[in-house]
Structures are given as structure tokens and as C-alpha cells.
Design a binder for this molecule. Sequence first.
Ligand code: ZN
Length: 281
Amino acid sequence: MMNEPKDADARRAVEPVICYPVETLPSPDLPLYHEARAGAELVDEVLVLRREAAAIGVPAGHFLRMQSVDGPQVGDLNLFAAADLAERFYSGKTRALHGTHITTGDRMWSCFPYLRPMATVLADTLNWYGIDASGGSVHDVIGTRCDPYTARLLSGDDYHHCCHSNLTRALADHTGLPLNEAEAHVHDVLNLFMCTGFTRDTGQYFMKASPVRPDDYLELFAEIDLLAVLSACPGGDCSTVHSSDTAACYPLLMQVYAPAVDALEGWVRPQVSAYSRTHGR
Ligand SMILES: [Zn+2]
């Protein structure tokens, strides 16, 4: 490079510093959650059809299992506070706190001005995967969700079963909101089972065939009353293409488990942020 300074290598060699050390975050009581889960009972379930989405309520203290059935399939998950759609999952802050991909013990945080754990990952049958040689890993909070706007931009065609549209229809059906109002609540997702990373040479977002197989699951503990909306991505296992009907696609199963009475004694729901919101005025 023409403009490279003499001390370029020295500047590059500076050690990185973690932006958000998480040691001071309140840590979830995983043993208590596991104990409660052991005595929990299935109370609700819904099958998310391929290239569609479905919604399910998950009361605080309950467990949401999202499971692969039939074949390798990735899912795009939106989370809302059941009582207020304005409080929703904040993928960017979750990424800043826990990293590009989440697994057991990580939390899913809500947006400003709430910023509290909405859910805690209690179990992940793909946590053996780690970070592969390409820099790929599973369950990312870096992708946005496949959507018809970007598809149109890149291909010139209208496609109606992108996760963004699937989530919009499912949220509209569940809440009774008109489609365009429901759409405004759809947000960046947890990419369930999706295997992704950034290329080392160009820094581009990549995907590769998901290692998920039938019976694999990710399980969340609901820290607050939740509305979960999950789309079975038209990308299938995301090994080749998305935003079309080309890829082989399979359904996903959502199940809600209720803990036994008193199983969560001592557990308290996280409160919304205590920040004054005066912003210095
Ligand atoms: Zn998708």
C-alpha cells in the first residue's frame, strides 16, 4: 500500500481488548434451571412448517425447546415481551456481550430502554461444534434474516417466503395486527442452527451446511413472559441458496415445558434497566 506508514506492523500488532467484559453481568443460576427442567412437563407445541413461521407463548419460568425434525433445517427466531411488542430481542447487543454465536449459558438481551435478559440458553446439542477451520460456528447473532427487499435488490424478483415475510405473517396472525404494522415489529434474529462466519480475506458474511440433524435442539429458559416467533428458513440447511424455493426444506418443532410448582424458588424475573433515561438533561 502506497500510504502505509513505517510503523504499520507495530500498529497492527497491538493486543485487542474485549469491549464488554461479561464478568460483572449477573450470571444465570443454571443448576436451578436444570433442576426445574428435570421436573417440567410439556404444555404446548407447534410445528413450524417449511418456508413458514409460527408463534408460541412462553410464560416466564417455562422452557422453549426448538428442535430439528425430518431433516437439516435452520430457523430464524424473533422474541418479544408477551405484554409489549416494543420490547424485543436485540441481536446486536447480544453479539457485543456474548460473541457472534451463542450457546449454553448465554443470554438473549432485549432492546433499549429495557436491556434485560429475555431468555437464557439452557441446552444446545450442537455445542460440540465450536469454531471450525473456516471460522464458522452455529446459532449466530450476526445475520439479519433473509428478506424480500435484499432478494429483490440482488435478483430483481419478488419472493414471499423469506424469513422476514414468514415472521411478518405469523406475527400478524397471532396478534391480529395488519400486515404492515406487524412487519414493523420484525427484527434481527437468532439464526438457530445456522452455521456462519466471516471470511478472513474479505470479511464477508458466509454460510455453510448446518451440522444440525433431526433431534438436535436448542433450549431456552424464559426469563420473562415471551412471544416466540420462529421461521423455517427457505434456505433449508443453508448450504447453497436462500430466498427461493430451490433448497430442500424441513419443518421445525417448538415445544413449551412448564416447571413444577415451586421448582424455581429463589429465582426472580430480571427487571428492566435502571438507567434514569434523563440523558444528561
Ligand atoms: Zn431465512
